[in-house]
Design a protein around this ligand. Structure first.
Ligand SMILES: C[S@@+](CC[C@H](N)C(=O)[O-])C[C@H]1O[C@@H](n2cnc3c(N)ncnc32)[C@H](O)[C@@H]1O
Length: 292
């Protein structure tokens, strides 16, 4: 999909210090936000994010493994085991995976549902569950759709929807659960998206969010920063032919709120029992909230 806005973005690491390049002296505020270490007009961020994922879509899954040493698989497995998806008995259990990209989380959810149904001697169908992958980027969804057909055939419980997390094309109180993995930090208006997740969930519904956190554990932070800012963009250059999108991805982690602050945002959106579980020394967290 062609990005709505094309703006050159760049930030640099100089002698280990981050140099923050702002555009035209914009200060972050009501109508400015961050894009990696750059400050951009709020209305421009989504176009820039779309451009990143348009560039990385074809190599996204390979790069995920290379950048995390395969750890993203364990983190996603943990997310799905916390969700503990169960097929509905009287009506289909409805799940939405926001920023679902190439389908990794949704496929794990479908596999978990299939295992449960098979144990009962049944077959997973739309009477038992519906799992929707929603993403703003048609290129990421296109890769996901191809993978889904290879894995489950054309007739599965999966649906693909191209839409913005800030404005879900779904009725209020129509979902049993929502997940978002490594997606929320890319959304320009995070509060708007959290509000939408709350609106779309039924009472008793659960929201789970897997996301990186800025690293500040003494000792570990230097190793982590060296890997993130020097090694990952280089891997991106070699494997995908472009370092810049990967520089954005690691910079955006450092600009994401700390887990306590993000849990407070989830609570402010209306969710109850907002909590988070750090994984791998706090490199990532799984945030949880309930609509009760
Ligand atoms: C790092 S990828 C994560 C993909 C997948 N969840 C995973 O864990 O492998 C982030 C995804 O967020 C999507 N995204 C960014 N902004 C979005 C928005 N406003 N609404 C929906 N999806 C968005 C991107 O298109 C991209 O597919």
């Amino acid at each position: 999909m062609a990005p709505a806005v094309r703006i050159q973005y760049r930030s640099a690491i100089v002698g280990g210090d981050r140099m923050v390049m702002t555009r035209g002296g914009l200060a972050e505020g009501a109508d400015a936000t961050h894009f990696g270490f750059s400050t951009v007009p709020l209305g421009d961020k989504q176009g820039l994010v779309d451009e990143v994922f348009h560039k990385v879509a074809g190599r996204y899954d390979l790069m995920n493994d290379m950048m995390s040493g395969g750890l993203h698989r364990l983190w996603k497995n943990e997310l799905v085991s916390m969700l503990d998806p169960r097929p509905g008995e009287r009506r289909a259990w409805r799940h939405l995976d926001v920023a679902g990209g190439t389908g990794d989380v949704a496929f794990r959810i479908v596999d978990a549902l299939e295992r449960r149904v098979r144990r009962r001697g049944g077959r997973l169908d739309r009477a038992a569950a519906e799992v929707t992958i929603l993403d703003i980027n048609g290129d990421m969804l296109g890769v996901g759709r191809e993978r889904a057909v290879k894995r489950y055939g054309a007739d599965s419980v999966l649906d693909f929807v191209q839409a913005n997390a800030e404005s879900l094309p779904l009725e209020a109180a129509s979902l049993d659960s929502i997940t978002i993995a490594f997606g929320i930090r890319n959304v320009p208006r995070i509060d708007a998206a959290l509000g939408e997740f709350y609106r779309a969930l039924r009472r008793g519904g659960r929201f789970l969010c897997l996301e990186f956190a800025p690293m500040d554990t003494p000792g570990l932070d230097r190793v982590y920063e060296a890997f993130s800012f020097h090694v990952i963009p280089r891997i991106g250059q070699i494997v995908a032919g472009d370092a810049e999108p990967y520089r954005y991805l690691v910079e955006s982690i450092q600009r994401f709120p700390r887990p306590e602050a993000f849990a407070a945002m989830i609570a402010r959106a209306g969710f109850q029992r907002a909590s988070f579980k750090p994984l791998t020394g706090g490199i990532v967290n799984i945030h949880s909230g309930w609509k009760l």
